[in-house]
Structure formats: structure tokens, C-alpha cells
Write a protein that binds this ligand. Sequence first.
Ligand code: 5GP
Length: 188
Amino acid sequence: MKKGLLIVLSGPSGVGKGTMYSRLLKLLPDLTVSVSVTTRPPRDGEIDGVHYYFVSREKFLEMRDSGMLLESAETVGNFYGTPKAPVLEKLDAGRDVLLEIDVKGARQIKQAYPDCVTVFVLPPSEEELRRRLIGRGTESEEQVGARLALAKSEIEQSGLFDYRVVNEDIDVAVGEVIKIIENSKRSE
Ligand code: 5GP
């Protein structure tokens, strides 16, 4: 049976990749997702097992060190990782899987699974990224500063990705990702 396609959507925090991810899932109903594991505390409205599996640091490190994660990364003080078994099972069953993860994780996946398609979402400008990070109101001023500094170093690595998409207009950006996915499936 033909394997599914692994699509990795990445880019700096605040760039709008979470919104793009939700739109892609609505527009491409055949795509499946992976629920990540994190040590970050849940935000208001986040449900364990739906938005993330919220685990302790000890549990996370145990999972990572026993090879249960496809990739893992620490970003702004918290660990995040993709559980391996569910993703590989879906790909083996011919289902496409969309991941929305940070840049370090995306690079690990590309190394381990070179057939995956990596897409880097860029902000229209640094100023716009700052506005979006402040505007979502979930982070302290210090956390916004940390996320912006990280964003700059991540943008410098965007050349390592298969594709780069600027999220100025969300509809246009999502449309570009859909084209990338369709073309990748056609050339498989
Ligand atoms: P947030 O705390 O805002 O939900 O996510 C922070 C960052 O972690 C985002 O850039 C998000 O893409 C990334 N992230 C979420 N899940 C994973 C994961 O499983 N692995 C990695 N490497 N990053 C993740």
C-alpha cells in the first residue's frame, strides 16, 4: 500500500501557523493530525488529549529517552514532542499527517524522514510578528521578548525548509500550502 505523506508546518511562534493548521484541516478533510505531548501548563479552554497531552517533566523525559517520540524540542522553557507510534501507524495505513511544530522539531523530522514535506511560515515583517505576539495576550512582556528573539534565529534557518510561505493574508497563505501538498502528492 502507498504510504501517506507527512507534512510539517513550522515557523516562529505568533506567525499564525496555528490558525493556518486549523484552516488546512477544515479544507482538507483527509488530513489527519497528531496530538503533541508538552510540559507547558494548559491555557484556558485547552483540553488534555485534544490540544496536547499535558505531562510532567519527568514523564516527558521518560517518553523521550525511551524512544517514544518522533522528535522533541525545548522552547521557551517547556518541552514539546510528537508521539511516534500514532504518526507512523497513520502513514503506514496510507493516511496523510499534518504536524504543526517548532523549527528544531521540524529539522529533526526532516533528518529522520527525508520524504516528509517541510513548510516554513514567515511573518510579513518583524514588526507585524511583534504585534501579533502582543495581541494574542497569552504571554507576559518577558515571554514576548523571548519568543521574538527565538523567532529571529528561527527565520535565519528557514532556508533549510522545502518551502517558505509568507503569512500576510491567511487565505493566500493557506492556498499556497494546499498547492504544495497537492503537488507533493502528485509527484510521490
Ligand atoms: P504553544 O505553547 O503556543 O502551544 O506552542 C509553542 C510552540 O511549540 C509552537 O511553535 C508550536 O508549533 C510548538 N509545538 C507544538 N507541538 C510541538 C511538538 O510536538 N513538537 C515540537 N517540536 N514543537 C511543538
